[in-house]
Write a protein that binds this ligand. Sequence first.
Ligand SMILES: [Zn+2]
Length: 253
Amino acid sequence: MDAPAEESGASLLGRTLAYANKIFDLPRQLEALPDHRQKPEIPAEVFAKSLLLLWICRLPSFNALEALGRQGWGRRFLRHSMPSADQLGRHAAMLDVPGLRGVLGGMYTRLSRNKVLLPLRGHRLAAVDAHEINSSYKRCCPDCQTRQITVKGQTRTQYYHRAAVFQLIGPGFRLLLDFELLGPHEDEGAAALRLLQRVLDTHPRCFDILLGDGLYPTPQRTTGQGGANDGVGLANHPSCRRSPCCHRGSVWT
Ligand SMILES: [Zn+2]
């Protein structure tokens, strides 16, 4: 039973990559990302494409990606052997993040022109929320957040990263448009406001109503009695575009 499942997964991945190539010209855009290294052994686009595969296939770690690479997996798309987990980790820390945001912005523009991003009941919706993206007991960096975890009576420090994520949502689609890492001692709301300000500067008309949860600083509540996970909504008014936290707009109900 495993073989057909693997074939089906490979076929689905192949169609996804073909779509990314045809609609977004994604491989060429990843190849155009700047590389600031001196005399690199592996071209930068190999790392960008490898990380794209990691994300599309929802693999849990660089080690899982490296293991699949040892089976020859992904070589056709990468036009290169899969980098090691250590190489992927080192390069991920040097990625050109503004360039990647530009790639996402280009996808948004293309999907808008292709009439894929349709409104829901006449409203273009967006959502912002924070997600934990990795954790480790062994590895850390100056930007890590920390927490104490007790396992079998032993307390250990765990290092992790969270990011506020901005998505456009509608009937049949979700498009991740931008994201912002939380600082070491920062709460979700502060990172979300930076994120919203950048989205409003870059794509000021990409949404009408913003959905978030009750942790965000000033939005008007729409449901419940004030619990942390109550839904909230902000309208994208001109005053919001100047400062996303200044306006209590109309709400999504
Ligand atoms: Zn870190």
